[in-house]
Design a protein around this ligand. Structure first.
Ligand code: CDP
Length: 788
């Protein structure tokens, strides 16, 4: 008898998120929910100056505050060899500043007390004597010969404020293509700034460190996107044996790259727990999160395209100045200091490209993390999509037509880009044509022409981006030396229920549901029969964590392959029980049966039971498997977004009237989860385009250090997102899936900026830097005599 095939056995079903049962009841367990007997609380003394010498720190008054147990300074940590820690980019970062501070909000001392309030009172009572030094905020000025050297601690290796110069591509061939275009074609140039922003997850960063002297075991509950990597780094930094460190990343309230680095507060809490013998909790507040933890972007880009007179692109040349702040704590794979900025040739068939990036220190917080993007992909996509629109406008061509003529053709995949990356698959024209049809592009252009004639401002912005997600392969990608593979362990219990553990760590993406769906589809079970665990290094297999849309491409593949290993063993058991050869068996969802005799079969549940009760003598009992997956290539999701805006001439206010997002992430595991990812990601793409900027004044003071000044969009500002999809499976991923979590954040900003510039192109506006605040837009309108 054939087993019943339920819809939810298959991939592509909108299965409701299993984890929501606890979230909507308020029963998520976050780090700040951890309460341990005798727990102490930490709070941090931070520098009010962006650059200063520390002349002295007087803790005596703080130690008199009721409840204060200890004040730890940089000098105390220095004595334990813990004052400095390695960053993810192999720089050394001060855990607590010893003799100088390099940015406002830098950690100077750690106060430990019996309550959070007492710790805060203690912080207020610590007296630090600073001697202010000249401040460098502008990365261009950081390179000037007269600029003060911000990192004298590493002047032997790095005598200026320049951290690195990195380049890729064929410079000679690119220059030759530009020389040719100067005489026979067109060359366009544009400066673009991708502002410093902050991921601003709802849950700020924090930890509870619990060191037990009796067992030598350190348990750290941590807001971590990469618990295993963090455990290894704790072992290396603190010199503790790794098997005695347990990192537990419980429910995480959003990460977006912000919870990939190790922060000084974590190290201080561990040091405080080791010192006091008590558990120590440290949870930062909102301003600490925005002001001191990993920022994103801050790329000053100069881009050029060489094309023929008809707009066929030939070469791309890009120079970028990257502001990394006081320490180089960028979260990039070791071999790629500018992340995957290589994707800047986009969806277009460039023959030549040359890209270089200079990174510098300034008196700002360290970072440069992958904020909902695969390491600098947002910056790369923004630049190429802005440039394609600029080329179209300069040539008087329709931006959609210019793209259609320049796309890499579907038959060209696998496609080797001018910067030497092999795009696995794509159908860019298909996605753009679908988006154009969905919005009736021709009618919109007609409407725009009519409005323009009446003096009204309407713009249509297109973004046809390509991403590069799913790092490894391990031979090319590592973080702090650890190769970027990922893992899954599948245990089938005797009754056919499954416990799976994965090496990645969800922060709201729904892995407990979608990874259960992968296993359910492979084994013919209901996702209800599969529980997925993650985030506990004592139980989960080693993995590199969740960021850069790598979970589905890497751990998702490991999950499918672990389930397939289970199925292979189940097949051997089935052959034994049915007394046939394995080659005589056929699989249909949930069941092996004898070819030609469908009534003679065994379900996966029966086979699981047999694995524990009647296992063939030539096999080990039990039914479980683990897979560590090192992907052969990255996956290349893409999308076509069209944004329609109206601009109010009186106020400069930009109104997003329509936003159509067509995404292609290959095989879709759960369309409802993907839809949620796209909606959230689009809003996080709207954010830098219109609202967010982490600005500093000339003295290095943060100008947007809380949610009154740092404007994250709420439901009120969010337009109605319209979504659709095409499906171009990845040829090398076991289930054909590509990542999706970051596509909308990567693709959206330029669609919005392109729309606003498109609304103003007829009066000679060529570019406006993000964020497109009403004030900034109004100033442009005023300059062009368009204010009403
Ligand atoms: O690495 P991260 O989880 O942030 O991103 P992702 O791999 O793009 O996955 C985000 C969520 O969408 C996960 O729950 C995925 O399993 C799901 N997804 C999907 O259902 N189908 C895809 N093709 C890609 C992702």
């Amino acid at each position: 008898m054939a087993s019943e095939v339920h819809a939810h056995h298959r991939l592509g079903e909108p299965y409701k998120r299993k984890e929501d049962a606890r979230f909507i009841r308020g029963q998520g367990q976050y780090v700040d929910d951890v309460q341990l007997p005798g727990m102490l609380y930490g709070d941090i003394v931070r520098s009010p100056y962006a650059h200063a010498l520390i002349k002295s720190i007087d803790s005596s008054e703080a130690l008199k505050v009721s409840g204060v147990v200890a004040v730890i300074t940089g000098k105390d940590l220095e004595a334990a060899n813990l004052a400095w820690m390695p960053t993810l980019s192999a720089d050394m970062e001060a855990v607590l500043a010893v003799d100088r501070v390099l940015y406002q909000m830098q950690e100077v001392a750690f106060v430990v007390a019996t309550s959070r309030y007492a710790a805060a009172d203690g912080v207020a009572a610590v007296d630090v004597d600073y001697e202010p030094l000249p401040v460098v905020v502008d990365p261009k000025k950081a390179l000037a010969p007269e600029a003060p050297l911000l990192r004298p601690d590493k002047k032997e290796k790095q005598p200026t404020n320049q951290i690195y110069h990195w380049e890729t591509g064929d410079e000679d061939a690119t220059n030759a293509a530009f020389a040719e275009a100067e005489s026979n074609g067109v060359v366009i140039r544009q400066d673009l700034y991708v502002p410093r922003i902050h991921p601003a997850p709802i849950e700020t960063c924090g930890c509870v460190a619990d060191y037990r002297k009796a067992t030598g075991k350190l348990t750290v509950w941590l807001t971590s996107q990469a618990p295993h990597a963090h455990r290894t780094l704790f072992a290396l930094v603190a010199g503790l044996p790794e098997h005695r460190i347990r990192v537990i990343s419980p429910d995480v309230g959003g990460g977006f790259g912000n919870k990939v680095p190790i922060y000084p507060g974590y190290v201080c809490a561990v040091a405080a727990s080791v010192t006091t013998g008590k558990p120590v909790k440290w949870i930062e507040d909102r301003s600490e999160n925005i002001g001191s933890t990993g920022f994103a972007r801050d790329y000053h880009i100069h881009a050029e395209i060489a094309a023929d007179k008809d707009g066929m692109v030939n070469a791309l040349r890009v120079h970028t100045l990257a502001d990394h702040g006081a320490f180089d704590a960028a979260a990039q794979p070791t071999k790629f200091p500018a992340g995957l900025f290589h994707i800047c040739t986009g969806s277009y068939d460039f023959k030549h490209a040359f890209v270089d990036v200079d990174a510098v220190h300034t008196n700002k917080a360290p970072g440069g993390i992958a904020y909902r993007c695969s390491f600098r992909v947002t910056e790369a996509s923004y630049l190429i999509e802005r440039m394609m629109d600029t080329l179209a406008h300069d040539l008087g061509k329709d931006p959609a037509q210019l793209r259609l003529q320049n796309f890499i053709k579907p038959e060209a995949f696998p496609y080797r880009s001018a910067l030497n990356w092999t795009f696995d698959s794509g159908n860019y024209e298909g996605a753009l044509r679908l988006a154009m049809k969905n919005v009736d592009y021709e009618a919109l252009r007609q409407e725009q022409a009519e409005k323009r004639a009446r003096g009204e401002l309407m713009g249509i912005g297109i973004s046809t981006f390509t991403e590069i997600v799913g790092a490894g392969p391990g031979k090319h990608f590592d973080i702090a030396g650890i190769q970027m593979f990922d893992s899954c362990e599948v245990r089938v219990h005797p009754t056919g229920k499954v416990l799976a553990r994965i090496g990645v760590q969800t922060q709201g993406q729904g892995h407990e549901t979608t990874f259960a769906q992968i296993i359910a589809a492979e084994l013919g079970l209901s996702p209800d029969d599969v529980d997925v665990e993650h985030g506990d290094t004592d139980t989960a297999p080693y993995g590199l964590g969740t960021y850069a849309s790598r979970s589905t491409p890497v751990a998702g593949a490991a999950t499918a392959l672990a389930a397939r290993k289970v199925r292979e063993k189940a097949k051997k058991i089935a052959a034994y029980l049915l007394e046939v050869g394995e080659e005589d068996l056929e699989w249909e969802l949930g069941r092996f049966f004898v070819k030609g005799a469908p009534a003679k079969g065994k379900t996966i549940q029966e086979l699981a039971f047999a694995a524990y009760t009647n296992c063939p003598p030539f096999l080990e009992p039990g039914l479980e498997a683990v897979n560590y997956y090192d992907p052969p290539n990255l996956t290349y999701p893409f999308g076509a977004y069209i944004c329609v805006v109206d601009i109010d001439c009186g106020t400069g206010m930009v109104h997003i009237r329509r936003f159509m997002a067509v995404d292609d992430c290959g095989t879709v595991i759960n369309p409802m989860v993907v839809e949620g990812q796209v909606h959230g990601g689009l809003t996080q793409g709207l954010a830098p385009a219109m609202y967010e900027e982490l600005a500093y004044d000339a003295d290095g003071n943060i100008l947007a250090g809380n949610f009154q000044d740092y404007l994250i969009p709420t439901a009120m500002e969010t337009p109605l997102w319209e979504t659709d999809r095409t499906i171009t499976p990845s040829p090398h991923h076991p289930i054909g899936a590509k990542g999706v979590g970051e596509s909308p954040t990567v693709g959206a900003p330029q669609a919005i900026v392109n729309a606003v510039v498109d609304a103003l192109a007829h009066v000679g506006v060529r570019h406006i830097d993000m964020p497109l605040t009403p004030w900034k837009v109004w100033k442009v309108l005023e300059e062009k005599g368009l204010t009403s």
